[in-house]
Design a protein around this ligand. Structure first.
Ligand code: SF4
Length: 695
């Protein structure tokens, strides 16, 4: 590293690739390779490489905006803008009570910001109504982790282990497009002789790399996992010793497994029995193996049970709690992991403590200097909070999220946002949600601020500031400090991220996600530190690999959870005969608020499309590029046809990065998983027709 290069990390996905930044004399930064960082070894995808373009003046907000008398957003000074926010929140609280003020965070916020936002909601606003968009990302896997292992960390091992195991089943993840540098772990796996099985309704770029691609109907991977375990049992692959010594609950889970015989599973999933047998043979005939899930199985109204079924497969075959074996979730958003550990989730306090646990409340209240009884109870989950806007939540402070594009049933949620008495948005760009705000507060970007994130491995890393922000831009911590002061909290909301992190360490001490032994200095010296890392002993090395000796349950044993297949909340019908599944493309990130502003990315992926099979296209009489209207029970979206044999004939796919008439989330179903409260983004029933016919 040259003295002028600042080591930092990409602002986007949960891989949190290491990169170097060099400040340019003309302003902005240049991205350079950071080969020493082990996760990506210098590799970056186009999103990370082009991230500096969003730092330019034309792409971003350059000063606060307030809604003027004309109804338009107008430039304002910081004092006026912060005064307006404080007044808006106070006015609502006075009129309707504390829980009429909501807070909505984001999985891209640093640990420091997520922590400060949760504290601000509970201590300053004293509202229970806080949640964040990470609920839409990985909450089903988190819930299943908790049920089986007593602890939720996306991957219980470093990514390097993926390259050295015997067989990986990758369920509902398109790594090649969502986090391309991670693909090398799968490539290395296969070069070493390991096997890769991909489960996806589409033959994605990732599935093309697989030794075996299973292409189930959307929403049926729970049955698929049960069917694989049934076959593993029938063919003598169970690890009875591991089940006896390290698990509980197999006897209760076994009947559900027995009920999913191969022919039934073929009928449910559409995956032929010989492929099921081949998958079991590949997975079980190596000494170790892993199952990795992502949004495919998780974003379902039975996402928690679906992930539990995959975990059961790991447990029954002894592929958990051992080196080079286990179940992991590939978290999506940049700080999806840390963001769910430190208090912006409706039911959580810092350190992954539970808000309804009296001991947790007492510990965190002592760090915050408040009475535990003054902390609110758990609040609503993300979709339920958004759905309550204008009904009994009348003011919202939103930080780092764009639900107008990213929420399910988005047209309805847009109406709910419009019905608020007051909306304040902190963001780096004028997102579609920020356009609706009464006050927009422009905040710094990754290259302009310091803070920690926790990547999908549970590795706490340090993003360092490389350049100063434009003069009229403030950090989110400065925003919270300014608001807290106006609401009577002169102290308790420092603006120095390291000071916030030190408080977070104290708040997390002794909790499941214990960061107390992690310091900025250690992160810098060690290329990140894996939690849990308690402060004592001070030499604690962090925990790259979890569960090798015991699971985090009270008795140290993992738990089988009995699960059964059930249909998705909405299955195809005569009126809506096709499945819709949604997801991401290589050149765009989440709601696209940042990446749609980058020329190269926009040129590569300028808009939405409807991917459909040639047989379906022929039946509908549509050609490549024809405008298609896709209609569900919730709304309609229009986008050009992309005809491809990579998708099942009974399914269409739409990416969700765009607003307007091609907004995929006009269609998606907000049916919630009963445990995780995750909406069912991944499957709903739709009708497809030429756009003119559907008008
Ligand atoms: Fe950034 Fe993710 Fe791309 Fe890495 S893979 S450069 S973290 S967007």
């Amino acid at each position: 590293m040259s003295p002028s290069t600042v080591d930092t990390h990409c602002p986007y996905c949960a891989l949190q690739c290491g990169m170097g930044l060099v400040a340019l004399p003309t302003g902005g930064v240049e991205v350079v390779e950071r080969t020493a960082f082990p996760v990506n070894r210098g590799a970056l995808c186009g999103k990370g490489r082009t991230a500096p373009e969003v730092l330019a003046r034309g792409a971003r907000l350059t000063g606060p905006l307030v809604r003027g008398a004309s109804g338009a957003l107008e430039p304002a000074g910081w004092d006026e803008a912060l005064d307006r926010v404080a007044e808006g929140l106070l006015r609502t609280r006075a009129a309707h009570g504390r829980d009429a003020v909501g807070v909505f965070g984001g999985g891209g916020l640093t640990n420091e910001k997520a922590y400060a936002l949760g504290k601000f909601a509970r201590v300053v606003l004293r509202t229970s109504q806080i949640d964040y968009n990470g609920r839409f990302c990985m909450s089903s896997a988190a819930a299943a982790h908790q049920r089986a292992f007593g602890l939720d960390r996306g991957l219980p091992f470093p990514l390097e282990d993926v390259a050295r195991t015997g067989c990986v089943i990758l369920v509902g993840s398109n790594l090649a497009e969502t986090m391309p540098p991670a693909l090398r772990y799968l490539t290395e796996l296969r070069e070493r002789g390991g096997k890769l099985i991909v489960v996806d309704p589409r033959r994605t770029r990732t599935a093309e790399q697989a030794d075996l691609h299973l292409q189930p109907r959307p929403g049926t991977d729970l049955a698929l996992a049960l069917g694989l375990l049934h076959l593993a049992l029938a063919e003598g692959y169970l690890d009875e010793e591991f089940i006896a010594e390290r698990t509980n609950g197999w006897a209760e889970a076994r009947p559900g497994v027995m009920a999913h015989w191969p022919e039934l599973v073929e009928r449910i999933t559409g995956v032929p029995v010989p492929q099921l047998r081949e998958a079991v043979r590949l997975f079980c005939s190596t000494p170790d193996g892993m199952v990795l899930t992502a949004r495919g199985p998780e974003q379902q109204s039975k996402g928690t049970d679906t992930v539990s079924a995959w975990i059961n497969l790991c447990l029954a075959t002894g592929r958990a709690g051992r080196p080079l074996s286990g179940y992991g979730c590939l978290t999506g958003q940049g700080n999806g992991q840390g963001g769910r550990e430190h208090g912006q989730k409706a039911d959580q306090l810092p350190g992954y403590r539970k808000l309804d646990d009296p001991a947790a409340r007492a510990h965190v209240a002592a760090v915050w200097g408040v009475d535990p009884d003054d902390l609110p109870a758990p609040g609503r989950s993300a979709y339920e909070l958004l759905d309550a806007l204008g009904v009994d939540v009348h003011a919202l402070l939103l930080m780092g999220s764009n639900p107008v594009v990213s929420a399910p049933r988005a047209a309805h949620i847009t109406e709910r946002i419009a019905s608020l008495d007051f909306l304040a948005v902190c963001d780096v760009v004028l997102s579609e949600t920020a356009e609706m705000a009464d006050v927009v507060l422009p905040v710094t970007q990754w290259a302009e601020e310091t803070g920690t994130t926790t990547n999908l491995e549970g590795r706490v890393i340090l993003r360092r500031k490389a350049i100063d922000p434009p003069p009229e831009i403030r950090t989110d911590l400065e925003v919270l400090h300014g608001l807290a002061a106006r609401l009577g909290w002169e102290k308790g909301f420092p603006t120095d991220p390291e000071e916030v992190f030190d408080e977070l360490r104290r708040a997390s001490a002794g909790g499941p996600a214990d960061y107390s032994g992690i310091t900025y200095r250690r992160i810098a010296e060690e290329d990140g530190v894996f939690w849990p890392c308690p402060e004592t002993p001070s030499t604690h090395p962090g925990t790259p690999r979890l569960f090798l000796d015991r699971f985090a349950t009270p008795d140290g044993r993992a738990r089988f959870v009995p699960v059964l297949h059930r249909p998705s909340a909405e299955e195809p019908s005569a009126e809506y005969p096709l499945y819709l599944t949604t997801g991401r493309v290589l050149a765009q990130y989440q709601s696209g608020a940042q990446t749609r502003r980058v020329r190269e990315l926009n040129a590569a992926s300028p808009g939405p499309f409807v991917q459909l099979h040639p047989q379906l296209a022929e039946r509908l009489g549509v050609a490549e590029g024809d405008a298609l209207a896709v209609t569900s029970r919730r709304g309609r979206a229009v986008a050009p046809a992309l005809i491809s044999s990579a998708i099942r004939p009974d399914t269409v796919f739409m990416p969700f990065h765009w607003p307007g008439e091609g907004r995929a989330n006009n269609l998606t179903n907000p049916a919630l998983d009963p445990t995780s409260r995750m909406p069912e983004f991944k499957v709903c029933a739709v009708r497809v027709e030429a756009a003119a016919a559907g008008a």
